[in-house]
Every structure is written in structure tokens, then in C-alpha cells.
Design a protein around this ligand. Structure first.
Ligand code: GCO
Length: 261
């Protein structure tokens, strides 16, 4: 049974894995045996992250590049294939959010969010999948969001992008399933990360709202994503194509309840 989820000897490239959910999922894949290649775009954060992974005993390599720059991404992917080995697993996790009411959002800001959250995963998938298709083997996992399904005040660009990433997942799954490349997504609910730090403060009405809105009654812990990441990266999911697995404590299962219940 353990064998079904074993990633020993496989190379996993995780974008935006110097902190947060990317780091938690990378560690999950590492625990299942994968060699980790983490991407980031800030040298200081990368240095700190590599130290953290290594202290905990993970085999890890860091590559600094911008996932929205096709030339940089292609060059780094080629280097990883050459220096570390064939990329078996790609996790498109790097992303960004802007919380600005739609009436006030600059078009340039809107475009930037789409560029990082949708075009980045497209660029990465395109350049990694050409190798996977050749090898007739590969796993791509796109990190979606509650906002792939639901709207919320101030996050129009992010919702448009994450909804787009869900459909990019289905489309790439459609194109590459015949080559034994599985493309799926994970949709995290509300997790305790740096991204949600500004809206997770004690006493902040949003904090209370999320706890009330989540049937499990709590924010997600980044470790809650490990199992799903391992499943979608392993041969246990070899006939799973184009699915988004929501790891959300039940948010999408319910309409919610009044705050005084
Ligand atoms: C927000 C949050 C969310 C989460 C997450 C939800 O402002 O509503 O930041 O967008 O980060 O993606 O699934």
C-alpha cells in the first residue's frame, strides 16, 4: 500500500516554495521520498528556505527565476533536467493576490495578477510537459483556490485568475492525458499563511467569519495539504485527470450559517 504513494527517486519542482503552502506541500512530497527542486524569486528568502529544508533533512535544490518570464523559465527547466534529473512532478504553486475593490483596481494590477496566477502556470506546464510527453509520464498539480468557485469583495483579479487556472487544468488534462501525463488541481480553503495574515488577525471580523463559514471550524494548517499533494503526485492517481480537489474544511459543501449559531 505504501508503495502506491512512494515518490522515492522522483524529482518534484514546486514553484513559490520558499514559504507558505508551497513549502508545506514540498515537504510533503519530500516525506514521500521525492528530491525537491524549489523555485522562488527573492535571493534572501531562497537562502533562508534552503537552510530550513536542509535542517529538517530534505534533499533540496533552489532555482531563482520568474515564472512569468518564458525565456527564464525555459532556461531554468532545461538546467534542472540536466543538473538534477527528469522532472516527474510539477507543482504550480507560485501566485499572488491584490485586495482592491473592482471600481478602484488599476488594469495594470489586474493584468499582473493574471500573469502570475494563470500565465505563469501555463508557461511552466508548457516547458515541463514537453519532456513529460516525450517520456510518457508526468504529474502536474495546479494550486487553485476557493476563488476558483466563489467570489468575494476586493478579489476580482484573483478570482478571475484562479477560475482561469481551474479551466487551464481541465484543458491541459484533456490534451495530455493520452501521453500518461495527469494534470489536476488542489483548491485550498482558508489557510493560516503569510498571504492571509492581514485578514487573520484576532478580533478582525474576517477571522471570525472564516471560522464560522468553515464547517471544520478552523483555519487550515499548511500541513493539511500534504496528503492530497502526495496523492496527486503519485501513481495512486494515474487515472485521475482534470480534477480539482478542494481541501477546505467543508466550505464549498455548505451555504454557511448565521454568525450567532
Ligand atoms: C482572500 C484570501 C483568499 C485565500 C485563498 C482562498 O483574500 O479571500 O486571501 O483568496 O488566499 O486562496 O482559497
Amino acid at each position: 500500500m505504501k508503495n502506491l504513494f512512494d515518490l522515492t527517486g522522483q524529482v518534484a519542482l514546486i514553484t513559490g516554495a520558499t514559504h507558505g503552502l508551497g513549502m508545506a506541500m514540498a515537504k510533503g512530497l519530500g516525506k514521500a521520498g521525492a528530491t525537491l527542486v524549489i523555485n522562488g524569486n527573492t535571493p534572501a528568502k531562497m537562502e533562508k528556505a534552503l537552510e530550513n529544508y536542509r535542517q529538517e533533512g530534505y534533499t533540496v535544490h533552489g532555482y531563482l527565476f520568474d515564472v512569468t518570464d518564458e525565456a527564464q523559465a525555459a532556461e531554468n527547466i532545461a538546467q534542472i533536467e540536466q543538473q538534477i534529473g527528469p522532472i516527474d512532478i510539477l507543482v504550480n504553486n507560485a501566485g499572488m493576490i491584490k485586495r482592491v475593490p473592482a471600481l478602484e483596481m488599476e488594469v495594470a494590477e489586474f493584468r499582473k495578477v493574471l500573469d502570475v496566477d494563470v500565465t505563469g502556470p501555463f508557461i511552466m506546464s508548457k516547458h515541463v510537459a514537453r519532456h513529460m510527453v516525450e517520456r510518457r509520464r508526468g504529474k502536474i498539480i495546479n494550486i487553485c483556490s476557493m476563488m476558483s468557485e466563489l467570489g468575494r469583495d476586493t478579489v476580482s483579479a484573483y478570482a478571475a485568475a484562479k477560475g482561469g487556472l481551474k479551466m487551464l487544468t481541465r484543458n491541459l488534462a484533456t490534451e495530455w492525458a493520452k501521453y500518461n501525463v495527469q494534470v489536476n488541481g488542489i483548491g485550498p480553503g482558508y489557510f493560516a499563511t503569510d498571504q492571509t495574515a492581514p485578514i487573520r488577525v484576532d478580533g478582525h471580523p474576517f477571522n471570525e467569519f472564516i471560522i464560522n463559514r468553515t464547517p471544520a471550524g478552523r483555519w487550515g494548517d499548511p500541513d493539511d495539504l500534504e496528503g492530497t499533494a502526495i496523492f496527486l503526485a503519485s501513481k495512486a492517481s494515474n487515472f485521475v485527470n482534470g480534477q480539482i480537489i478542494y481541501v477546505d474544511g467543508g466550505i464549498l459543501a455548505t451555504i454557511g450559517k448565521p454568525s450567532n449559531e
